[in-house]
Design a protein around this ligand. Structure first.
Ligand code: ASP
Length: 442
């Protein structure tokens, strides 16, 4: 039996027109039994997110400043959504209670989380009414401990006892409660996390994450014009891409479902027929042999390269070199090495202000024949499960870069064979990514 958990982001729920699309999506598939909504987001570029307005109310309340005007914007937004949807629901008493509690909780010295969470709470009431689904307050199932850390065991118990009793339900995203009942939210954008937790809790066959794009893109659209969405990506590939700077789902949001091996499907509310991106388990068979999954990159690295004859036979050399970085509290990213050479790649924000001291210590402890520094480097990762055991992928990457006139300063391929990392000058950062993408576009 298939069971889907569908989380909808703020732009998918920004107004009645968007919510109608959500309703159609849910009604098109009876397996979409648990729905996790965000608060209404922006309807257009200059609009305000409900969550931001709620934080603003709280900030006013904390200073004992009246916030009726801001709160009116919030209540109007919900009233408008409910009436445009033709719902009978009367949110008046709920809104009045929220307004007075924002004031009283703030005066008692807390309450930012309470205030912010009401965006999802009120939206959840509306969506439940519209769909005819039960409303299950996240405060009753998503548990935090007294220090505010997510408590997965208690949550799992609550989901089994309280949520699974409902055939269909709406659970607002973004928040849960501590043992004393006080509301606690996740970090911003945290409805993604709530959705993943509910998906794992109910043992979903898929966690659908509905947003306003056709999935995760193969490259950064600010660099590569109109990159295609990835059809399938594994959790591991995604981690590599995220680490290299791609903006994808938050690690925290991936974790609960990854652990349970539940695939995540990123979908577009505005184009529901598009299959989106499927994030699958690492063990899943490769569907794109000989191809790449995505490209990501980061700028501003420094490469410290040293050479020393017979380095390879000097026991402890690598450790001595790395201990210099460790002693200065500098973490490194990569250590490509040759027979008599070793390079350490570090992010500029790690080494800024420390470089001269680090170099002096390397000279002392390692006595290299030469020590060079290459500043202003960028790293670009070409990631893909389908690259492993497929000859010619690296050749395509390097040929593309050669043709584009990009000088490669460093090459590193992790042992997993799902990632080729190259180092280029910062100035070549964009050109290199476009060239690699073009080489695999067909
Ligand atoms: N509404 C919350 C925020 O704006 C959480 C979410 O939308 O995921 O951060």
């Amino acid at each position: 039996m298939t069971l889907k958990v569908a989380k909808f982001g703020g732009t998918s729920l920004a107004d009645a027109q968007q919510i109608r699309k959500v309703q159609q999506i849910i009604q098109a598939d009876a397996q979409r039994r648990y729905v996790v909504p965000s608060a209404p987001g922006k309807r257009h570029k200059d609009d305000k997110k409900i969550t931001d307005l709620l934080y603003l109310c709280h900030a006013h309340a904390q200073q004992a400043i009246a916030f009726d005007e801001v709160f009116t914007l919030i209540s109007e937004r919900y009233r408008c959504i409910a009436s445009d949807l033709g719902l009978k629901i009367d949110l008046g008493p709920q809104l009045a209670e929220v307004q007075s509690r924002i004031a009283s909780v703030a005066q008692a010295g807390g309450g930012a989380d309470y205030a912010a969470s009401r965006g999802e709470y009120l939206n959840g009431l509306i969506i439940a009414e519209l769909l005819g689904y039960d409303f299950v307050d996240a405060a009753e199932i998503i548990a935090f401990d007294e220090h505010g850390r997510f408590d997965s065991e208690r949550t799992q118990a609550f989901v089994s006892q309280r949520l699974l009793k409902h055939e269909t339900a709406v659970v607002p995203g973004f928040y849960g409660a501590k043992p004393d009942g006080s509301i606690k939210t996740f970090s911003r954008g945290g409805s993604d996390i709530s959705g993943a937790i509910v998906a794992r809790g109910v043992g979903a066959t898929v966690y659908e994450n509905w947003t306003d794009v056709n999935g995760l893109l193969m490259a950064d659209p600010r660099i590569v014009p109109n990159p295609k969405p990835m059809a399938v990506v594994t959790y591991r590939e995604l981690r590599e891409l995220a680490y290299m700077g791609a903006s994808v789902l938050h690690d925290e949001a991936i974790f609960p479902v990854r652990k349970a091996g539940i695939p995540v499907n990123i979908r577009n509310t505005n184009e529901p027929e598009h299959p989106g991106t499927m994030i699958v388990r690492d063990a899943e068979p490769v569907t794109h042999h000989g191809s790449i999954t995505g490209i990501a990159g980061r700028r501003d690295f420094t490469v410290v390269a040293l050479e020393k004859g017979m380095m390879n036979s000097e026991v402890g050399f690598g450790r001595r070199l790395l201990s210099v970085f460790e002693d200065h509290g500098v973490s490194y990213e990569h250590t490509p090495s040759g027979i008599d050479t070793m390079s350490i790649v570090v992010a500029d924000n790690q080494i800024d202000g420390k470089l001269e001291k680090v170099l002096a210590d390397i000279r002392n402890r390692c006595e290299p024949d030469s020590l060079e520094v290459f500043p202003q480097m960028a790293l670009i990762a070409t990631v893909g499960h389908g690259m492993a055991q497929t000859p010619g992928i690296a050749a395509r990457v390097f040929t593309a870069l050669a043709k584009a006139g990009v000088n490669i300063r460093m090459i590193d391929q992790g042992s997993s064979e799902i990632n080729i990392i190259i180092g280029v000058q910062n100035a070549d950062f964009e050109k290199a990514q476009r060239a690699i993408y073009a080489a695999f576009e067909a």
